[in-house]
Design a protein around this ligand. Sequence first.
Ligand code: F6R
Length: 365
Amino acid sequence: DKGNHRHFMAKEIYEQPETISHTLSHYVDMGAEKVAIRETLPFNFADLTRLTMSACGTAFYAGAVAKYWFERYARLPVDLDVASEFRYREPPMQKGGLSLFISQSGETADTLAALRYCAGQGQHVASLVNTLESTIARESGVVFPILCGPEIGVASTKALTAQLTALASLAIAAGRARGSIDEATEAELVRALTALPSAVSEALAAEDQIRDISKRLSKAKDVLYLGRGPMFPVAMEGALKLKEISYIHAEGYAAGELKHGPIALVDEAMPVIVVAPSDELVDKTLSNMQEVAARGGKIILVTDAEGARTVGHGVADIIEIPHVHSFVAPILATIPVQLIAYHTAVFMGTDVDQPRNLAKSVTVE
Ligand code: F6R
């Protein structure tokens, strides 16, 4: 049932304030401002020397954001790879590490093969899934549910924000167990998570403006997405979502890589979507935006009020999202990139929920 929406994807985008709340209520004790992991862990975060994450597509981008969190807040070294590369690389692994597999369906063939490889390498195997009765869940030592309800649209939306919410909680738990964050920091980060559902509702209210921008984007041949730090995976996710459902060519780049190649593509016909809420890196991104503007590139800036004030001068299109703690900013920043892809696809007249050539669950290699 699509409710009042034209597509399941729209319904699932709009469900996110509730689905994030639902995920949070499983992982967080809001009253105590603490993370409370209910699953029995077959390992101790404090003893881990390494976390290895593998996943595919959008689930891989969830892992890519989480890498920043586990490194920063838990001081845990992280290896991350797309499962289809990881499994054939057969990397040597030190016994006793934790391997975490992220999969909405729990049936992705490459992710499952990566899991079996890690189990054979003496790793603790954990998975983060939506479908609890899946093969990946069954073969894991511990299963972390994301609890966002069935996702029908082929393009993943609410599963991503649920994966990120659960991963953020796990990073806090790991940080506490490893002594790299104290109780006060835990409380600060938990408050940041608790503020998310209402911030997501506010971000969803930019829909009319995004529809106008998307109308213009639907005429583009290529679109570039840029981000730094945890916004880099958000940029890649934005590009993936746009190509999946609108069939417009898009690429996500680390903003600092612009001058190492992709800037050669920038001209008046090239929209450049810059995902840059105000944080310690936003000034660096400003210089990349100036490089784009100097070549006539059309910038669409996703930022908060502070970012608009400090780096938004002369930018015609600013999609403003509420200001949140930088910890949760990558979760919030996925909302406008989802809406951009959705509305652009609607203008293109594509089959949004069933894009060509794609399947919801990729059980072949
Ligand atoms: C993108 C998308 C895919 C999946 C990928 C992994 O919108 O839906 O990239 O994220 O196929 O699927 P799961 O999470 O089921 O392993």
